[in-house]
Design a protein around this ligand. Structure first.
Ligand SMILES: Nc1ncnc2c1ncn2[C@@H]1O[C@H](COP(=O)(O)OP(=O)(O)OP(=O)(O)O)[C@@H](O)[C@H]1O
Ligand SMILES: [Mg+2]
Length: 420
């Protein structure tokens, strides 16, 4: 049974209202002044209060304010004197659901009660929906965050795959010619062994036989072309050594490149990082681009090297992809004093003579998933991730571009914590 609290200092009114509402099936609580009314309200918490305005000690408006302060969801209907429009307006302003004037027309009061209770139910339902919606939204946000992490992971995996492909290619080349050189060398060795065996016979023979054998040896020498073999031996060995050095370098670059950052910053030379990255992405660049390097004298800066290498990789790969057939990539570093922060910064510029970025896209290239590349080629995360990394280093990354001319990325990293 729904509770309704009626507060009025006129006992007849209390009686009349209580009787009527009781007959309508409500549990009616009554109080004959504001103070008593508030006591009952505190104890019983009825969802609806009907209060007279003019009462001694605590007025109806005070009751309204107090009830709303305790529980703002409680509906309050105010009963005012006939001509007291001002009080009625004030009551509505303070959150009353309705007002009715004296003398009370009980039917009118009843309609007002039904409306107030309906409104309350609707409000409850609404807040229930809102709560559900919040929960749902939270779940969705979690799902999106999760899939974003998964995407980053797969992006990482994809770039590792791409890198591995490039590295395999780079290693395959020298391995190929080293292996072919070894084949030739083993053939040469067979010939030389054959010759050596004949030479060893020389000691066992007398003079006459020896002359004949030496003649024979001469003919074997001609047959196997010993002059050429001796000459070629040196070259094959030299070339193979160079090949091994190349593989060694790739492996050591790879080791540096993929060194795991343990979440700790370390002092790192940006020039070395660029050089290292360049070696790693060389496979993507070498057919299309000449690379110009202008490394300045810069201090080591405290940073996350692996993450910065990731930024350089993405910018260099983007640059290569922007070049259609043949172009140039220029990499330069220098120490500058940043105008805005007045801090010493290492500035890295990477320019290409590629297709350029249309004006309308310039503000979007750092957005996640913005890509102009065909499906499967670009995820549009590269620059977004790069932006995040540079921000983490409290640096800036800017871009200048002209369609048809090329693009320059300018990164500035503060070196306030640098070791000089
Ligand atoms: N050097 C550049 N020249 C021309 N356009 C560029 C250059 N660098 C970036 N862009 C443009 O910015 C877009 C976003 O680059 P971003 O590196 O974020 O993603 P992506 O290269 O498309 O894909 P992903 O790097 O994830 O493989 C590119 O699709 C391209 O349109
Ligand atoms: Mg990219």
């Amino acid at each position: 049974m729904e509770k309704i609290l009626v507060i009025d200092d006129e006992p007849q009114i209390l009686k009349m209202v209580a009787k009527y509402l009781g007959a309508e099936g409500y549990d009616v609580l009554t109080a004959k002044n504001g103070k008593e009314g508030l006591d009952v309200f505190q104890k019983q918490r009825p969802p609806l209060v009907i209060t007279d305005v003019k009462m001694p000690v605590i007025s109806g408006l005070e009751v309204l304010k107090a009830v709303k302060a305790i529980d703002s969801a409680t509906e309050v209907i105010i009963v005012t004197g006939e001509a007291d429009m001002e009080t009625s307006i004030e009551a509505l302003r303070l959150g009353a659901s309705d007002f009715i004037t004296k003398p009370i027309e009980i039917e009118l009061l009843y309609v007002s009660i039904l409306r107030a209770l309906d409104r309350q139910k609707m409000q409850e339902q609404l807040s229930e929906y809102a709560k559900n919606l919040e929960g749902l939204l939270e779940k969705k946000i979690k799902e999106i965050e999760y899939s974003q992490v998964m995407l980053l992971q797969s992006e990482k995996l994809a770039s590792i795959g791409q890198l591995a492909g490039g590295v395999a290619h780079e290693i395959n080349n020298p391995i190929g010619f080293i292996s072919s050189n070894l084949n030739t060398l083993s053939k040469y060795l067979e010939d030389i062994q054959k010759l050596m065996a004949r030479y060893q016979e020389v000691h066992l023979l007398n003079d006459g036989e020896r002359t004949a054998l030496l003649r024979e040896i001469k003919s074997v020498e001609n047959e196997i072309d010993i002059e050429y073999i001796l000459d070629d031996l040196d070259q094959l060995i030299e070339e193979s050594k160079e090949g091994i050095d190349r593989v060694k370098k790739i492996v050591s670059d790879l080791k540096d490149f993929s060194r795991v950052d343990h979440g700790e910053k370390e002092f790192f030379n940006i020039n070395a990082g660029l050089e290292n990255t360049l070696n790693m992405v060389w496979n993507e660049l070498k057919y299309k681009t000449d690379v110009l390097k202008e490394y300045g004298t810069i201090p080591e800066i405290e940073c996350y090297p692996l993450e910065l290498n990731q930024v350089f990789t993405n910018i260099l790969v983007n640059a290569a992809q922007a070049i259609e057939e043949k172009g140039e990539i220029k990499i330069s570093t220098r120490l500058i004093n940043d105008d805005q922060s007045a801090k010493d910064c290492v500035e890295i510029r990477i320019s290409d003579t590629g297709c350029g970025i249309p004006e309308e896209n310039l503000s979007r290239i750092f957005d996640p998933f913005f890509t102009t590349k065909e499906i499967g080629k670009g995820t549009g995360l590269g620059l977004n991730i790069s932006f995040g990394i540079i921000k983490k280093h409290e640096g800036t990354i800017n871009v200048k571009s002209k369609v048809g001319k090329g693009t320059t990325f300018i990164i500035s990293l503060p070196c306030c914590t640098s070791r000089h």
